[in-house]
Design a protein around this ligand. Structure first.
Ligand code: GLN
Length: 540
């Protein structure tokens, strides 16, 4: 094991250039060369974590094994590396300030004025080095959220400057910029990159490598121009051209020799080529599907590209595993009612009802589930999606009029979904749900058992409400069975419908655990069932 090297990834010119994907791709290349790598995201906003942000603000909230509610980039890190992240991998300004203020109140700085420099920057550096000091990683890649020049990023850039000064060649900075193509001029423009590097230089940070996001190839002369104006060698100007899929980016970065450039700068000999055989096989399958299916994604954040990120990526992994392209048809749950359900859900080979909170769109989700149940369409309900399946079954099969979850209707006569005992005394919102990984025991000889192929599993959770065990016998008598139980707290984690080809609701989030190397069995099984359903309906 080497002493950890620190790689910072900053961004300039514009947001959404793909710092997370570049970080994950570099990490993948280094991992494929045999190094152990972790990736960390520093977010400059004041929320202590993104758990309290609604998806309109920041896309999906990703959950780690140890129950951190994090930025969705951590999902990319795990999906690329197949290595779990943790609380230490996502730090916000809110968390930094919270711990500095706690220390101040404890008296740790007694006598001193507590300031951004050195106290905030020291706390940032401490959080970065924490991962390096575990002794587990050869490389710690730290992605700095936001764009250089933002007021709120300044303490982070200052921390990077100090670390570069203190650690010398063990530390390097990759700056990601945009090289726009101006149609009127008919050429790519380097000026925004030059300005962005100057902004970084104003804070005392010289980037070592510049990655240029572009829609056209960079010529040698353009690379030389960026090299000359930005003080980096031409080989350190890396092209990041728009890709068909994010999973192609590691290969594009390999072709651009980003990993070799990094190794050269931290003086580590490149002993072998990255072994990306399995990655390439996955990519081949992704690009050459033998069949296709259409799966309806029913949710209330349908218009937001990033709201169901991990679900969409899980379908990509499961599609490749099934040699099948998954066309996701996004359906707004508020657009579904008794009169529209037939037209909205027709021609689907599977229906997934998404996780969520609060009552908006809930009735549309319930109607969609009834449609899937009655027409034998493969169905997967995740978290709120599972809870809606329980409500639908209670109302329409068990004839429990106005059955509901107490999250939506406190006075329902049939609280088939109810707040968990442990949640009743909690009043604060941040980080207080049932979060992270919990064990679940699967009932043998169920569909769930055949999907997982084992009895003991662990899955990640993010919820406050649960199936109400008071009604379990009623449900099981009519065929909606508990097929996965948390034995310690006696919580129903998985339900499946007997007599239906594939109908499963899960209280946890399998999408957080699907990776390129290990597609999640539930998604693989669901896509397989959708394929079968398409086959049988086209045969009719
Ligand atoms: N709102 C539900 C609960 O808290 C479901 C949460 C979810 O879908 N993540 O239990």
């Amino acid at each position: 094991m080497l002493k950890a090297k620190y790689i910072f990834v900053t961004g300039g010119v514009s947001s959404s250039l793909g710092k997370g994907i570049i970080s994950a791709s570099l990490a993948k290349l280094l991992q494929a060369r045999g190094f152990s790598v972790t990736i960390q995201k520093l977010d400059p906003y004041i929320n202590v974590d993104p758990g309290t942000l609604n998806p309109y603000e920041h896309g999906e909230c990703y959950v780690t094994e140890d129950g951190a509610e994090t930025d969705l980039d951590l999902g990319h890190y795990e999906r690329f590396l197949n290595v779990p992240t943790s609380q230490a991998n996502n730090i916000t300004t809110g968390r930094i300030y919270q711990s500095v203020i706690e220390k101040e109140r404890r008296g740790d700085y007694l006598g001193q004025t507590v300031q951004v420099i050195p106290h905030i920057t020291d706390e940032i550096k401490y959080r970065i080095k924490l991962l390096g000091n575990t002794g587990q990683f050869d490389f710690v890649i730290t992605e700095i959220g936001g764009t250089v020049g933002d007021i709120e990023s300044l303490p982070y850039i200052e921390a990077v400057r100090q670390m570069k000064w203190e650690l010398g060649a063990s530390c390097l900075v990759i700056h990601l910029t945009l090289v726009p193509f101006l149609a009127a001029a008919g050429e790519l423009k380097t000026k925004p990159t030059q300005h962005s590097v100057k902004t970084l230089l104003e804070s005392g940070v010289q980037p070592d490598i510049i990655v240029c996001r572009t829609e056209r190839h960079l010529s040698q002369s353009l690379r030389e121009k960026i090299s000359l104006f930005c003080n980096v060698s031409p080989s350190s100007v890396i092209e990041s051209i728009d890709a068909e899929t994010i999973y192609e980016v590691p290969l594009l970065m390999r072709d651009e020799k980003l990993d070799l450039e990094v190794l050269k700068k931290v003086s580590i000999p490149a002993e072998r080529e990255p072994d990306l055989k399995r990655w390439e096989e996955f990519l081949y399958k992704l690009k050459h599907p033998a069949s296709e299916v259409s799966i309806g994604l029913v949710g209330k954040y349908i218009e937001l590209r990033d709201a169901y990120k991990s679900i969409v990526e899980s379908f990509i992994h499961a599609g490749a595993a099934n040699d099948c392209k998954v066309n996701i048809v996004r359906i707004h749950s508020e657009s579904i009612d008794e009169s529209t359900v037939g037209s909205r859900l027709q021609n689907l080979d599977g229906i997934l009802v998404a996780p969520g909170f609060e009552s908006r769109g809930i009735e549309g989700k319930i109607i969609a589930i009834q449609y899937a149940r009655e027409r034998n369409i493969p169905f997967l309900g995740i978290c709120l999606g599972m809870q809606c399946a329980v409500i639908e079954f209670a109302r329409n099969v068990l004839k429990m009029v106005n059955a509901h979850s107490t999250e939506m209707d406190k006075r329902t006569p049939y609280p088939v979904i109810d707040i968990m005992e442990a949640q009743k005394k909690i009043s604060g919102m941040g980080g207080t749900m049932r979060l992270g990984s919990y064990p679940c025991q699967i009932v043998k000889e169920t569909l769930t058992h055949s999907i997982y192929g084992k009895v003991q599993i662990t899955e990640r959770h993010r919820h406050r409400y649960e199936f109400n065990n008071k009604y379990l016998q009623d449900f099981e008598a009519k065929g909606l069975m508990a097929s996965g139980i948390n034995m310690k707290d006696n919580l129903v984690e998985i339900m499946e419908l007997q007599g239906h080809p594939w109908f499963i609701g899960i209280q946890f989030h399998p999408e957080y655990k699907s990776t390129v190397a290990c597609p999640h069995p539930l998604f693989v099984g669901f896509v397989g069932a959708a394929k079968k359903s398409r086959g049988s309906s086209s045969a009719i």
